[in-house]
Ligand binder design. Structure first.
Ligand code: NAD
Length: 295
């Protein structure tokens, strides 16, 4: 059996530091608080939101869920986002995606106050990645993947990483980040020809496409030295499975993330890291404003 890259030991080791930071921010005058706007009651969204709520509790951050009716109109939806954006007690917020069809014409990620952009999807945030700056907010799943690699002492610099899937929330930002960390990145997608010719040459394969058990033995190198990062969360026969055919490839690679228990929890953990960052920035701005007005 290859090395299993589990999230739990990493999160258990890192959570106390996040709790300390959260308490310190509260003592300095701003308690971190996450606000999630949900339209409708999609069960998968509710599950994700509950995981986020639990993590907030663990770091003593505030949490608020604003649940709007599935039929909410544009005006009421936009007014809610605006109110949350301007709420001085909310230090991080996002709209849980997907939203119902009638709201999908709105570019929701750009509506969020960039200072509270804990998901890391706002163009201001992406621009920082483009400039190779990883010190600020970073989209949660890519941030979680980088943390998972670093904590397992898996070298990124100089390695060939093949990412399958170019979504705006995973594949594309991850390609920018890994490029900035000096990996050689190949970004594959649904139009890539001879996918296996790319994946077989990779040191690290990241699979983020949303097709259950897609990555098979025929895609990997026979040498058994590759690292597989499985981002997928799919339902198959009432079970949660990833985008990699775990059972058939787990013994043929050096290391692989389990699903569940790998990238998913790292994503939620990254959201907490981003929440502390947004809170810190908002607190600093507030303190700067106060000292300016005292002059
Ligand atoms: P998406 O659905 O927005 O896009 C899928 C991508 O896969 C596209 O870029 C497409 O070109 C590519 N693709 C589709 N079929 C392909 C094929 N046959 N060969 C090569 N590329 C192909 O993707 P997403 O939102 O990034 O989600 C991908 C998966 O990751 C889903 O299962 C989703 O649930 C999961 N996900 C998990 C987390 C987490 O925290 N673990 C976070 C986000 C998404």
């Amino acid at each position: 059996m290859s090395n299993l890259l589990k999230a739990k030991p990493i999160i258990d080791a890192k959570l106390p530091k996040l709790l300390d930071k959260s308490r310190s921010l509260a003592q300095r005058g701003l308690k971190p608080k996450l606000c999630v706007i949900l339209v409708g009651d999609n069960p998968a969204s509710m599950l994700y939101i509950n995981n986020k709520r639990k993590k907030c509790e663990q770091i003593e951050a505030g949490f608020e869920l604003i649940q709007l009716a599935e039929s909410v109109n544009d005006k009421d939806f936009l007014e809610t986002v605006k109110r949350v954006n301007n709420d001085p007690e909310v230090t991080g917020c996002f709209v849980q995606l997907p939203v119902p069809k009638h709201l999908q014409h709105i570019d929701i990620t750009q509506l969020i106050n960039p200072k509270k952009d804990v998901d890391g999807f706002h163009l201001n945030t992406i621009n920082q990645l483009y400039l190779n700056d990883l010190t600020g907010l970073v989209p949660c799943t890519p941030r979680g993947i980088v943390t998972l690699l670093a904590e397992n002492k898996i070298t990124i610099q100089g390695k060939h990483v093949v990412i399958i899937g170019r979504s705006l929330i995973v594949g594309k930002p991850l390609s920018l980040i890994l490029n900035g960390l000096n990996a050689t990145v190949t970004l594959c997608h649904s139009h890539t020809e001879h996918l296996e010719s790319h994946t077989k040459r990779a040191d690290i394969i990241v699979c983020a496409i949303g097709i259950p058990e897609f990555l098979k033995e025929e895609h990997i190198s026979p040498e058994g030295k590759q690292i597989i990062i499985d981002v997928g969360i799919n339902k198959k026969d009432n079970k949660t499975v990833g985008d990699a055919d775990f059972e058939h490839i787990k013994d043929k690679v050096a290391a692989i993330t389990p699903v569940p228990g790998g990238v998913g929890p790292m994503t939620v953990f990254s959201l907490m890291e981003n929440l502390l960052k947004t809170t810190e920035t908002i607190l600093k701005d507030k303190t700067d404003e106060q000292s300016d007005s005292a002059i």
